[in-house]
Each structure stands twice: as structure tokens, then as C-alpha cells.
Ligand binder design. Structure first.
Ligand SMILES: Nc1ncnc2c1ncn2[C@@H]1O[C@H](COP(=O)(O)OP(=O)(O)OP(=O)(O)O)[C@@H](O)[C@H]1O
Ligand SMILES: [Mg+2]
Length: 319
């Protein structure tokens, strides 16, 4: 349904999206996951013809975003990361207008706008001025536009940022329903849990590049060493003990999360844990805690970048 061919976008010296080659199938939820500044929104904006690629191109439906942007626009809907709402209007006005543009009759509009406002929990606030709405409320109205339009291809950028937990689950269900009806969904998010729960496939982006792309399960299963332990030490880990840890045949990889906290990717965890504990004791680096965990998409990110998404986020989008 979507194919990108060396899709690239530069902003002066910065390469925000760097030769992206991607195929998205009809009817899938494709999660674009990455830290702040990874290039997710820039990708979404190019695919939805809001901005032009600097190089390369993309085919959306059967149309080229550069050559036939008007045809692309007929197929798509977009939920912007930053809601684009007229400040003096109300949620009801915004959605009624949107429904009108989407070609719904007066009767349908009345019914559907009410239904969607109720679904996103904004019915009671429908007459408030947009400028008086909270961030999460504005986002709900922005998401509601897609739910009214129900486009063949939906670009949804950070749908649940600023939205409370109950609202998140509701929105996830509504996105799934949209997919059940046959829409193809591109979901940009920096929330690991959201990408994992919702996506059929996830593409992990970092610094404008696509690091890896597959089903969440395959990505998690592909990390070397099927087991993970997190070790917190009483004091900073010294280099020697880390080197010795790496020498264990069962240890596939390790990442230092903090000076005194490390994550170890390994096999046969139950057999090797006593030896690992002994090693730390012998080397005068007592443990404060040790915890086993299942691999997450964050571990996939760590595997490819050496950083957790949170750390990459803190470091900022510098290239
Ligand atoms: N209009 C612009 N002018 C200059 N630089 C831009 C512009 N839009 C984006 N960038 C830069 O491109 C890079 C990618 O930004 P983008 O918004 O695509 O990231 P993102 O993955 O969506 O991040 P976030 O999770 O924060 O939404 C960033 O370094 C950003 O500063
Ligand atoms: Mg973004």
C-alpha cells in the first residue's frame, strides 16, 4: 500500500530522514517507533504530501507523492502530532466541518459527530472554545477527525501523547477497529508499549535511519541471548568485571544503563546466575539487586544503538 524509495528529507545541513526504503502492506498497522528527533513526523509529513522529499520518493496507494499529490490526498487522513485546530472554534464545530469536508450528509454528520465525540470522551466539552482545552483534550479532537473520516490510509502521529491511561486504551481499540474495517494505518510513536501492543510490524528509527523492521515478536526474539537480567550494583561497575562477564560463553551482550546498573543478554540464565553472582562478589562489586526480564522493543533498540530509547531521548536529536 505504501512504498518508499530512498525517501530523504534535509533541513539545511540536517538529514532528518535518510534514504528510507520501506514497504507497508494493505490492512496493517505499521508502527514507526523512535526517540524524539528520529524522523518519524518528517516521514509521515512526506507520505501525506504535507512536505516534499529532498530526494527519493514514495508511492502511496498507486500514486507518487511528488507527481500526483492530489490523488494521494484523496486516499489519506492524518492525525497531526501538533493538533491543527482553529482556536476560536469548538470541538463540535471542528468535527462537524471536518465531516462536511469528508462528504457526510447533514443527517449522518449529526449522528456520527455525536458518536465520535462520545467515543473520545469529549461530548461534555463539545461547546468549549479550542483555546481553553487541555493538551490531551485537543489531541482527542485531533484523533476524532480520523475516526470520522475513516480513510483508506491513516497517518496517526503520537495519538495518545498527553492522554490518560483510560483514554489511551480506548483510542487503541478505536485504531484497531479502523484496521478491522480495512484501513492501513501508519502509527508514529515514541512509546514502546503502544508500538508493541498495536502494531503488526514495527520499524525502529534512529537519527533519520530505519534500523530494523519486523513484527514485534520477531524483533524481540531476534535479540542475541533470549534471557535478560538487570543487575544493580552497590557502586560503579569496574571495567575488569564487565570484561570477565563478557567472557562467559552464555553472555551474548551487555549494556551499561547507569554506572552502577547493567543489562545482560544471555542464554541458560538459570544455570549461570550463581556464577555471575560469585564473580561480582569475588571482584568486590556487591549487587544491590538482580532482576530477570522479558525482552522488550527497548532491548531491540539497545541492541542496535547501545542506548535505551529514554537515553536517546535525553541526548536529544543531534546528529
Ligand atoms: N521544519 C523543520 N525545520 C528544521 N528542522 C526540522 C524541521 N522539522 C523537523 N526538523 C528536524 O528534523 C529532525 C526530525 O524531526 P521529526 O519531527 O521528524 O522527529 P520525530 O521522530 O517525529 O520526533 P518526536 O518524537 O519528537 O516527535 C529533528 O532533528 C528536527 O529538529
Ligand atoms: Mg514527531
Amino acid at each position: 500500500m505504501i512504498q518508499t524509495i530512498d525517501l530523504t528529507r534535509r533541513f539545511e545541513d540536517l538529514v532528518a530522514v535518510d534514504r528510507l526504503n520501506l514497504n507497508i502492506d494493505e490492512g496493517e498497522i505499521f508502527g514507526l517507533l523512535g526517540p524524539n528527533g528520529a524522523g518519524k513526523t518528517t516521514t509521515v509529513l512526506m507520505l501525506s504530501t504535507v512536505i516534499k522529499p529532498s530526494d527519493g520518493t514514495a508511492i502511496v496507494g498507486e500514486y507518487d507523492v511528488g507527481k500526483n499529490p492530489n490523488d494521494v490526498r484523496k486516499l489519506i487522513g492524518i492525525c497531526f502530532q501538533e493538533p491543527k485546530l482553529m482556536w476560536v472554534s469548538t470541538p463540535w464545530d471542528v468535527l462537524n466541518w471536518h465531516a462536511k469536508v469528508c462528504g457526510l450528509s447533514t443527517q449522518e454528520r449529526k449522528r456520527i459527530v455525536r458518536q465520535v465525540l462520545e467515543d473520545v470522551n469529549m461530548w461534555d466539552d463539545r461547546k468549549k472554545k479550542v483555546h481553553g482545552l487541555s493538551g490531551g483534550m485537543k489531541k482527542r479532537v485531533e484523533v476524532a477527525k480520523i475516526l470520522i473520516q475513516r480513510p483508506k490510509i491513516a497517518f496517526i502521529d503520537e495519538p495518545t501523547a498527553q492522554i490518560d491511561v483510560v483514554g489511551k486504551h480506548k483510542i487503541w481499540n478505536m485504531i484497531r477497529e479502523l484496521r478491522e474495517e480495512g484501513s492501513t494505518i501508519i502509527l508514529a510513536t515514541n512509546e514502546l508499549y503502544e508500538a508493541d501492543r498495536l502494531s503488526d510490524r514495527v520499524g525502529i528509527m534512529h537519527k533519520g535511519k530505519m534500523l530494523v523492521c519486523d513484527t514485534p515478536k520477531t524483533l524481540k526474539d531476534s535479540i542475541p541471548g533470549g534471557d535478560i537480567i538487570e543487575i544493580e550494583l552497590e557502586k560503579e561497575a569496574n571495567q575488569k568485571v564487565l570484561e570477565e562477564l563478557k567472557d562467559f560463553r552464555e553472555v551474548a551482550d551487555l549494556a551499561l544503563l547507569k554506572p552502577n546498573k547493567l543489562k545482560v543478554y544471555l542464554n541458560k540464565v538459570e544455570e549461570i546466575i550463581p556464577q555471575i553472582m560469585e564473580l561480582f562478589l569475588k571482584r568486590g562489586a556487591p549487587m544491590r539487586s538482580i532482576r530477570m526480564s522479558e525482552p522488550s522493543l527497548d532491548d531491540v533498540f539497545v541492541h542496535y544503538t547501545g542506548l535505551t530509547i529514554e537515553e536517546a531521548q535525553k541526548k536529544g536529536p543531534s546528529r
